[in-house]
Design a binder for this molecule. Structure first.
Ligand code: A3P
Length: 293
């Protein structure tokens, strides 16, 4: 049995906490049939998923922001492991979608349905530095009424570094995807780079997608996918999600969108402890992050 433990509303698969409904649907997810022309957006939670989704959609729509308004962003790219019966699951939504498909996941390389590897799909991975990711996830768990209560910041720090959050360890996730980048078609991007030079990074995404849009369209995509625009955009800011699921009076979904907010949360002692844990857990990896601009 793949259910090993319960954690709040979550259960674990191979030591990775996941939503109970996802675990209930695990065989459907594992048997998902990817197609060779699928593009999969892969992220650890709170690493800029919504941002890269909007960038990819703007590129797919040739910079036509009106076509990007056709539905809320959660529905544009099926979320493979998502399940909330009786609504159609992420797999159901993906199966109903015409090709070429753009899909998304928070799954680690270890848990990804194997058909993605077998079909040599394109993977677009966005990584965000661990400290900002932890801060963002903490505030997300405060407002998200489906995920467990985060507890105090001090408590959450331990939960996060031990990987006992939904979708598991940040360390395992980023190093796992980093390790496959040369063996598969992976475009590996960093949140901080997109923040620093959005046009350059958006151009990389465009080229990876096999598109050729002019400079004016690229400039438009930069503008339309800025934090300020996406915070006001009802199709990206989760304002249509009921308060019983996301209480944005506690914390906004589009919260700050910056690099380095961890400095407003980490104490000096926490930062030292974090750096030590980080060195231990990341010692075998060549991946390098920046945590301030
Ligand atoms: P903060 O909580 O630090 O503000 P995800 O979409 O993976 O859940 O990630 C959410 C994080 O990405 C939030 O971080 C959110 O504000 C940030 N974000 C969303 N859109 C963004 C944008 N256009 N530019 C920069 N950051 C963005």
């Amino acid at each position: 049995d793949h259910r090993t433990e319960t954690l709040g509303t979550e259960m674990e698969v191979a030591g990775v906490p996941l939503q109970a409904a996802t675990v209930d649907n695990w065989s459907q997810i594992q048997n998902f049939e990817a197609k060779p022309d699928d593009l999969l957006i892969c992220t650890y939670p709170k690493s800029g998923t919504t941002w890269i989704q909007e960038i990819v959609d703007m590129i797919e729509q040739d910079g036509d922001e009106v076509r990007c308004q056709r539905s809320i962003i959660q529905h544009r790219h099926p979320f493979i492991e998502w399940a909330r019966p009786p609504q159609p699951s992420g797999v159901d939504r993906a199966n109903a979608m015409p090709s070429p498909r753009t899909l998304r996941t928070h799954l680690s390389t270890a848990l990804l349905p194997t058909s993605f590897w077998e079909n040599h799909c394109k993977f677009l991975y966005v990584a965000r530095n661990a400290k900002d990711c932890m801060v963002s996830y903490y505030h997300f768990q405060r407002m998200n009424q489906v995920l467990p209560e985060p507890g105090t910041w001090e408590e959450y720090f331990e939960t996060f570094v031990n990987g006992k959050v939904a979708w598991g360890s940040w360390f395992d996730h980023v190093t796992g995807w980093w390790d496959v980048r040369d063996r598969h078609q992976v475009l590996f991007l960093f949140y901080e780079d997109i923040k620093r030079n959005p046009k350059q990074e958006i151009r990389k995404v465009m080229q990876f997608m096999g598109k050729d849009l002019g400079e004016a369209v690229l400039d438009k995509i930069v503008r339309e996918t800025s934090f300020e625009k996406m915070k006001e955009n009802p199709m990206t800011n989760r304002s249509t999600v009921p308060k019983s699921l996301m209480d944005q009076s506690i914390s906004s979904f589009m919260r700050k969108g910056t690099v380095g907010d961890w400095k407003n949360h980490f104490t000096v002692a926490q930062n030292e402890r974090f750096e030590k844990i980080y060195r231990e857990k990341m010692q075998g990896s060549s991946i390098r992050f920046c945590a301030e601009l």
